[in-house]
Design a protein around this ligand. Sequence first.
Ligand SMILES: [Zn+2]
Length: 485
Amino acid sequence: MRKSVLFLLARLGIVLLLSATLQSCATNPVTGKSEFMLMSKNQEIALGQQSDPSIIASFGLYQDENIQAFIDAKGQEMAKVSHRPELKYEFKVLDSPVVNAFALPGGYVYFTRGILAHFNNEAEFAGVLGHEIGHITARHSAKQYSRQMLAQVGLIAGMVLSEDFRQYADIAQTGLGLLFLKYGRDAESQSDRLGVEYSTRIGYDAREMAGFFNTLKRLSDQGGSGIPTFLSTHPDPADRFEKVSRESRVWQSKVPEHQFDVNRNDYLKMIDGLIYGEDPRQGYVEGNTFYHPELKFLFPIPGGWQTANMASQVQMAPEDGKAVIMLTLSGEKSLNAAADAMLQQYQLTQLNRQNERVNGLSAISLTAEQASQDAQQVIRALAYLIEYDGRIYQFMGLAYQQDFNAYSGRFKQTMEGFRQLTDASKMNVKPEKVKIVRIDRNTTLQDALKAQGIASSRYEELAILNGMQLGDNLSKGMLIKVVAK
Ligand SMILES: [Zn+2]
């Protein structure tokens, strides 16, 4: 699956190379300095606009009107005091448990529900918001794409997949790869500074942002829910903490009449009920089986393959990346129409089509091929279209022709293993939620967690979630986070 990163970048490369402004020096809005940039302002905006739907398709939006209204209000307020107030900004919450926030060129900023669960006040959120807006105003992504593009140009000649397969690859890339774009240490430091400046300007205490770095460090030390990009580019969080604290004092002294807000309780009340961790209702893997409780189906996954469950599709691939199985929903009304649409969409030439029964369900299987323009590599596909519960499920297994026989058995096993899910124990799954509770006496965090019935194996996880140590004292009336179904 990692290969797909290269396909997307190579495609970006083609787009950019064909455009008229092959090389241009642009003035950086933050530094005012002139710098080498392959991307114009319009191209930045276009790239953001093109990538946004893939991001949404990969993760889905998290539906919570209050949270959405809050991040949008703060985002727009901050954008106005930034170095590029003229851009049209959009702020979105993604339905992902991974702890992350990121920006696309042109004005798109995303927070996962995972990072929102880990903030402990509005000021921490505002600091990260400012950091991400900083990547946009200082044009870091644009520079990043320019740099990566130069590195990828040599790969374009070797491209074998058609445009349509690369569109599929785009989704894999934006879903899994883009989050881990590294901007480099200088860019991250500059964004930290901008985060301090912007959050101070809208009245928040930017020192809290420094505190959030500790949360990120503890999460990455623990290894669990994804390494935040924040940290991966900053090997020394202590140094970063120091710098941000210092810059916060400098910025605060510039506006001495201000009072700087933290707003802990308001923030905690807002996220009460936020889904925490994986949401098993949207599908989960247990053993070598994928279960979807809401759509009520299951199918086996080839042993040792990795699975990516995204909003619009499930993908499975072996370690060597030589094959992939995708499951999507067809928009067509009949099996034959769905098969025809699939052949057309992926520019496949059909080799064989036949009617099947898959565990009592009507289905069509087909094999097809796709030759690349230079005909050096042929991709072979095995597809099963299965009608179930008013929907048409579309499995497609892909491999290069020379590898196809090695994988076709596993393709078949997975696709023919699709069936109705009836086991109540697999269907009755509920996600955990963040629950805000008020402490009724003076105590320590550990005792409070114990009193709330939290398993001791999760004390450390919850200490991190609360941005505290287990031995920290809590006073009566204080709010803390616990998790509950
Ligand atoms: Zn960053």
